[in-house]
Design a protein around this ligand. Structure first.
Ligand code: UDX
Length: 447
C-alpha cells in the first residue's frame, strides 16, 4: 500500500519505518528541510533502539522516501497519517495547530479518495475538526472528492518503539464508516499473524482509549509514589509493599515502581489534556488533577532529601548526578525529573556534575552555558570532587556500580536514589548512607 506520513518525530518516523519494513511504500513529509536532508542520508534525529537500521535499509530499498513537498506527499498515499506534534498550551489543553494545518494541506492538494488517519495523540473530538479542515479546503477549491477520517492512536514506548510497533498488544482503529476499515485491516494485516490485534470501534471511543490508557498508567505511578511518601513517614519499605501488592494478579507488577516522578512527552501532557477536556465538558476530573499534582510534587522529593541532609545549606556543594533522560534507553529530556532537581540545585547555589549514557547532547542543548553544570564523559568522572551522588534514571549501567569507588570519591558518604536501585545494607557495607523513595533513610526520623 502507498502511505504518507506527516511529521518525522518519534511517532511518525517509527510508524513510517516499520510500515516500510513489512513491505508498504511510505513517504514521510516534514517541513524541516535540514531534518529531511539528514534522513535521506540515513541520519536519524533521535536515539531509538533498532530504528536506524530499518530506516537505512528501507530507504535503500526505495520503500521509504522523505520529502518537504506537501503536494507530492498528499498525492503519494491513499492513507495519510497525521503524526505531527500536539504541544500543551499554557492551560494544559492540546494545541492542534499543526494537526489542523496538515489536514488543511491534505484538503488543498488531494485529487482522489484519501483516508486521513490521526496518529498523534489528540483530544476527543479532533477527528471532527480534522474532517472540517479537509472539507473546508475542498469547498474552497469546489472539489467534490471523497475522504474519511480515522483515529488510530499509537501506543509506543520510547526506547522500545520499534518493538512495540512490530509486536503490538493491540491496534486501535476508530472509524465511522466501512471503506477505511477494509483499508486499515489490510494495512495492519502483517502485524496480525497469530492473534487478531486490531480492535475496531467508533472514532470518539478510539480517541478516548488512548488518553484513558495513558492516564491509567500515570495513575498507577502517582498512586505508588503517594504510598511511598506515606511509607517514609510510617517507617515502612515501599519495595516490600510493592512486591506484596504486585503479586495480586488484579494489581500486577507493571507500572507500580515508585520513583522521582514520571516524565516524557506523553504522561504529563496527556493527563493534563484529558483533565482539560473534562472541564470543557463541565466535568471536574478530580482523580486526574490529583495524579498530576502528586507527580509535580514528586519531582521535588529528591531535592528535599538532599537539602535536608545538608541542613538546608547547599551553597557551594557539588552533586554528582547519574541519569538525565526521563527514563532509560532514550535521550529524551522532556519533563524529566532530573531537570527539576538540577534547576532547584542551581537556585540553591549548588553545582551539578552529570552523566547520562545518551542524553548529554540534549542536556547541553537545553542548558547551553549553564553555570553550575558540568557534563562528564563517564559516571566515574561525575563522582570526582563531588559531595554526594544522586540517581535520577535507572540506566542498566547504574545498577551494579563499584560502591567502594563511590565511597572513596565523594566527600559526604551518601547516595540519594530516585529509582530504588540499591539496598541500604549493600551501601552500608561501604559506609554509605542510603536515601531512596519510600525506603532507606529519610528526613522524617522514622528510620
Ligand atoms: C508512554 C506509554 O507507556 C505509551 O504506551 C504511550 O504511547 C506513550 O507514553 P513513554 O512516555 O515512552 O510511553 O514512557 P513509559 O515507559 O511509559 O514511562 C513514562 C514515565 O513513567 C517514565 O518517566 C518512567 O520513569 C515512569 N515510570 C514508569 C515510573 O515512574 N514507574 C513505573 O512503574 C513505570
Amino acid at each position: 500500500m502507498r502511505i504518507t506520513i506527516f511529521g518525522t518525530g518519534y511517532v511518525g518516523l517509527v510508524t513510517g519505518a516499520c510500515l516500510a519494513e513489512v513491505g508498504h511504500h511510505v513517504m514521510c513529509m516534514d517541513v524541516d528541510q535540514a531534518k529531511i536532508d539528514r534522513l535521506r542520508e540515513g541520519i536519524i534525529p533521535i536515539y531509538e533502539p533498532g530504528l536506524e537500521p530499518i530506516v537505512a535499509h528501507n530507504t535503500a530499498a526505495g520503500r521509504l522516501q522523505f520529502t518537504t513537498d506537501v503536494a507530492e506527499a498528499v498525492d503519494y498515499g491513499e492513507l495519510q497519517f497525521i503524526a505531527v506534534g500536539t504541544p500543551s498550551d499554557e492551560d494544559g489543553s492540546a494545541d492542534l495547530k499543526y494537526v489542523l494545518a496538515v489536514a488543511g494541506s491534505i484538503g488543498e492538494h488531494m485529487n482522489d479518495y484519501k483516508v486521513v488517519i490521526d496518529k498523534s495523540t489528540v483530544p476527543v473530538g479532533t477527528a471532527d475538526k480534522v474532517r472540517e479542515a479537509v472539507r473546508g479546503k475542498l469547498l474552497e477549491r469546489s472539489a467534490d472528492i471523497d475522504f474519511d477520517v480515522v483515529s488510530n492512536p499509537e501506543f509506543l514506548k520510547e526506547g522500545a518503539a520499534v518493538d512495540d510497533f512490530m509486536k503490538p498488544d493491540r491496534i486501535i482503529v476508530g472509524t465511522d464508516s466501512d471503506r477505511p476499515q477494509e483499508l486499515l485491516r489490510e494495512l495492519y494485516y502483517p502485524f496480525n499473524r497469530n492473534h487478531e490485534r486490531v480492535i475496531f470501534m467508533d472514532v470518539r471511543s478510539a480517541e478516548l482509549t488512548k488518553y484513558a490508557a495513558n492516564a491509567m498508567l500515570a495513575t498507577k505511578i502517582s498512586f505508588m509514589n503517594e504510598v511511598a511518601n506515606l511509607a517514609e513517614r510510617l517507617g515502612a519499605d515501599i519495595e516490600h509493599v510493592r512486591r506484596g501488592m504486585g503479586s495480586d494478579p488484579r494489581i500486577g507488577y507493571h507500572f507500580i515502581y515508585p520513583g522521582c516522578g514520571y516524565g516524557g512527552s506523553c504522561f504529563p501532557k496527556d493527563v493534563k489534556a484529558l483533565a482539560w477536556t473534562a472541564r470543557e465538558y463541565d466535568y471536574e476530573a478530580r482523580l486526574l488533577d490529583a495524579v498530576e499534582a502528586v507527580n509535580s510534587a514528586q519531582k521535588h522529593v529528591l531535592f528535599d532529601k538532599v537539602s535536608h541532609y545538608y541542613g538546608g545549606d547547599l551553597a557551594g556543594k557539588t552533586v554528582a548526578l547519574w541519569g538525565l533522560s526521563f527514563k532509560p534507553k532514550t535521550d529524551d529530556m522532556r519533563e524529566a525529573p532530573s531537570r527539576v532537581l538540577m534547576e532547584k540545585l542551581w537556585a540553591a547555589g549548588a553545582s551539578v556534575q552529570a552523566f547520562d549514557p545518551e542524553a548529554m547532547e540534549e542536556t547541553q542543548r537545553i542548558y547551553p552555558d549553564q553555570p553550575g553544570l558540568q557534563l562528564c564523559g563517564t559516571k566515574e568522572q561525575a563522582l570526582k570532587g563531588a559531595d554526594c551522588l544522586v540517581i535520577c534514571t535507572e540506566w542498566k549501567e547504574f545498577r551494579s556500580p563499584d560502591f567502594a569507588q563511590i565511597a572513596a570519591a565523594i566527600r559526604s558518604p551518601v547516595v540519594f536514589d530516585g529509582r530504588n536501585l540499591y539496598d541500604e545494607k549493600m551501601l552500608g557495607r561501604h559506609g554509605l548512607s542510603y536515601y531512596a523513595i519510600g525506603r532507606g533513610l529519610n528526613q522524617f526520623g522514622t528510620r
